[in-house]
Design a protein around this ligand. Sequence first.
Ligand SMILES: CC(C)(COP(=O)(O)OP(=O)(O)OC[C@H]1O[C@@H](n2cnc3c(N)ncnc32)[C@H](O)[C@@H]1OP(=O)(O)O)[C@@H](O)C(=O)NCCC(=O)NCCS
Length: 151
Amino acid sequence: MIVLRPMNGENYAHAAAVEQTCFLDRPWTAEQFREELGIDFSRTFIAYDGDAAVGFVNIWLTPPTATVNNIAVLPGHRRRGIADLLLDCAEEVCAGLEELTLEVRVSNRPAIGLYEKHGFVNVARRRNFYENPREDAFIMTKKLSGVNGND
Ligand SMILES: CC(C)(COP(=O)(O)OP(=O)(O)OC[C@H]1O[C@@H](n2cnc3c(N)ncnc32)[C@H](O)[C@@H]1OP(=O)(O)O)[C@@H](O)C(=O)NCCC(=O)NCCS
């Protein structure tokens, strides 16, 4: 069974290990994850399969919007619904906010499929946003219900 736990001073290196397996372009270090713990608008949740950390999501809450900075699942654990759980969790944490936004490589079909499944729409393309390899980003957003439940 997959369990999501908030990142804390004991387990931040688990998130870094997932990050460094999943991302080749300047992955965040364990120290950077530790620094996130000191940012009051940052939230990170780690997915565990038993004792093994298999995924994480990091978001920044900057009312009235929030940003999904990163989400990743270890290769051997993909297509099991773990990113679905992580993104659901991120959206719950954003309750009361108006919009969730993120950037994604235009070639990243798995991530774009995930975001589309969760109701994100492609609103812009940012040229040469990424390095290694250089690539454009799609900016995707999802309208949330907002403070009063009005769309
Ligand atoms: C993107 C990523 C987080 C998805 O994780 P996952 O746990 O495999 O995703 P899930 O099993 O929860 O799938 C949820 C949905 O995502 C989409 N999806 C996931 N993998 C996909 C793939 N290979 N191709 C197309 N759509 C895919 C589907 O819509 C899927 O829903 P479905 O199973 O009902 O079809 C994972 O592939 C990953 O870690 N990639 C590398 C890191 C990365 O690119 N992160 C995003 C940075 S912007």
